[in-house]
Design a protein around this ligand. Structure first.
Ligand SMILES: Cc1cc2nc3c(=O)[nH]c(=O)nc-3n(C[C@H](O)[C@H](O)[C@H](O)COP(=O)(O)OP(=O)(O)OC[C@H]3O[C@@H](n4cnc5c(N)ncnc54)[C@H](O)[C@@H]3O)c2cc1C
Length: 484
């Protein structure tokens, strides 16, 4: 049922009519997130400026049984912020105040719309930084990062968002406000903070978040190395880890990804090389320098064809510019693409990449690869041309790649989340009992199912099963077959 005039009046009163978007042209700006293949125009978009207004908006939703979807910057790649038909979007992008930076306890308190990079900008004068660094860090919000349990190139050494969030203030679907976690991170009882982390907006809306800050490392050493094959680069990754070294980051790009990145940002990668690795070490200078020599030797042992060591901050930034621009840059070599986000055990990297290439060849589509090699988190980019009618084939291939990752002992998602995109694939990874437990946990927070419904967990309606009560098959009714 669309939002009726009584509810509309209540939203206007709670937020001010100027903060309630209802005209179609403006609503369309919110019809999708970074997964642009799915689009739903919401009934309304609400633009609160304060935590109190977020709470007031959720209370109106609860009173009128209106489903709602929280939205940060809308950069999510799994359709998590996709609106719900007849529901509202609650954008927290205007809540972007850094509430406090506490350099002594190394913490920052933030409103949910603060961008990831702005946390480090606020902490930097104190010699501190915020470690998780999604490639979208210039625009994505800490609220979105928390909801997706986002990762980034440096999560290999430092862990994902969940390892850096101490506490949150959250508005639940009934409009009550709770604090999850605490300033020390450790709380008695079940880890409800952990339940919220990665719940993809299905448990409530975070209105303030306290994160841990780290001391800026004394030294950072970065290299870019080319290899004659993806498997040679994969062996380097395994050998680095086997040597007991924990790099800050190990990222891999293949020929197509490099071609795209170079066309966009001219970062100095070698065109045509089958594989390139970015390896970064950080920490105390003495330890870092010693390990860096070991990494160089491992690269050389595996036939590295070019080794470029960043000589200064500018060269390091150029290497990272190439890597971090890669998704968006793929637009330079293909009109359309799907970004996949599966995980495989590191030891199966070479195998999975060759199987992905074969699957792409079999259906006549190119697949570029740029990924977090250190933790086996792949980002195959399936390139296609929607105008040439290739969408369905590309979508199918992308889904098959995710399921291949599960088959090889990995996961459907490393960091981009399940969202709308992969909810129907969850039964490939979890049994019915696991899924039922997840549904019950979610239901404990949101019994009415108003908070980002249809995301993360499979539902019969969205996954193509027949909805409604059990009905016997006509052949059963006529006595031709019987149910055992
Ligand atoms: C070019 C590009 C590169 C990327 N690189 C990475 C990467 O390296 N690593 C990575 O992990 N991701 C990456 N992403 C994906 C994306 O940026 C992250 O998932 C990010 O955390 C989303 O943040 P957002 O503010 O855009 O959230 P949105 O897309 O607006 O929302 C994402 C989810 O969070 C929920 N949500 C938003 N705010 C709140 C809140 N305050 N409370 C509760 N729920 C909320 C939404 O309902 C939705 O389910 C990339 C995306 C792009 C486009």
């Amino acid at each position: 049922m669309p939002v009726d005039t009584a509810a509309r009046g209540d939203f206007d009163q709670a937020l001010g009519a100027e903060n309630v978007i209802s005209d179609l042209a403006r609503l369309r700006s919110y019809e999708c997130d970074g997964l642009t293949g799915y689009r739903v125009v919401p009934s309304l978009v609400l633009l609160p400026h304060t935590a109190e207004q977020v709470t007031a908006a959720v209370r109106v939703c609860a009173a009128h049984a209106i489903p709602f979807v929280a939205r940060g910057a809308g950069t999510g790649l799994s359709g998590g912020a996709l609106p719900v038909a007849d529901g509202v979007v609650i954008s927290v992008a205007r809540l972007r105040r850094v509430i406090e930076v506490d350099p002594v306890d190394r913490r920052a308190s933030l409103e949910p719309g603060v961008t990831n990079l702005d946390i480090t900008r606020a902490a930097a004068p104190h010699g501190l930084y915020y470690a998780p660094d999604p490639s979208s860090q210039q625009v994505c919000t800490i609220g979105g990062n928390v909801a997706e349990n986002s990762g980034g190139a440096h999560c290999l050494k430092y862990g994902f968002t969940t390892n850096h969030v101490l506490a949150m203030e959250v508005v639940l679907a009934d409009g009550s406000v709770v604090t999850l976690g605490g300033d020390t991170g450790e709380q008695a009882g079940p880890d409800l903070r952990g339940v919220f982390l990665g719940s993809e907006g299905t448990v409530g809306i975070a209105t303030s978040i306290t994160v841990r800050l780290l001391r800026t490392p004394e030294t950072v050493r970065t290299l870019l190395a080319d290899f004659p094959s993806v498997s040679a680069a994969g062996e380097v990754v395994s050998d680095i880890v086997a040597a007991g070294i924990v790099p800050a980051a190990v990222e891999m790009m293949d020929t197509l990804a490099i071609e795209a990145a170079e066309a966009a940002v001219h970062a100095g990668y070698t065109l045509g090389t089958p594989a390139a690795l970015v390896v970064e070490l950080d920490g105390p200078a003495e330890e870092c320098d010693g390990q860096f020599e070991q990494v160089k030797a491992i690269c050389e042992k595996h036939g590295c064809t070019r080794l470029h060591i960043a000589g200064d901050a500018e060269e390091r930034a150029a290497i990272w510019r190439g890597r971090k621009s890669a998704f968006a840059a793929v637009g330079r070599i293909s009109p359309d693409y799907f970004v996949q986000d599966g995980v495989v055990p590191r030891t199966r990297l070479a195998e999975v990449l060759s199987r992905i290439a074969a699957m792409g060849d079999a259906v006549g589509l190119r697949v570029a690869n740029v990924f977090h090699a250190g933790d086996g988190n792949l980002h195959p980019l399936v390139l296609y041309d929607a105008a040439a009618g290739e969408t369905e084939r590309a979508e199918k291939l992308s889904g098959q790649i995710a399921e291949l990752c599960v088959e090889l002992g990995g996961s459907l998602s490393g960091e981009h989340g399940i969202g709308t995109d992969k909810a129907c694939s969850m039964p490939k990874m979890y049994g019915e009992v696991d899924l039922e437990v997840m549904r019950r946990v979610r239901g404990a927070f949101d019994p009415a199912g108003l908070c980002n419904p249809g995301k993360l967990l499979p539902t019969p309606r969205l996954c193509g099963e027949r909805p409604g009560k059990f009905r016997p098959h006509p052949l059963e009714q006529s006595g031709v077959i019987e149910r055992l």
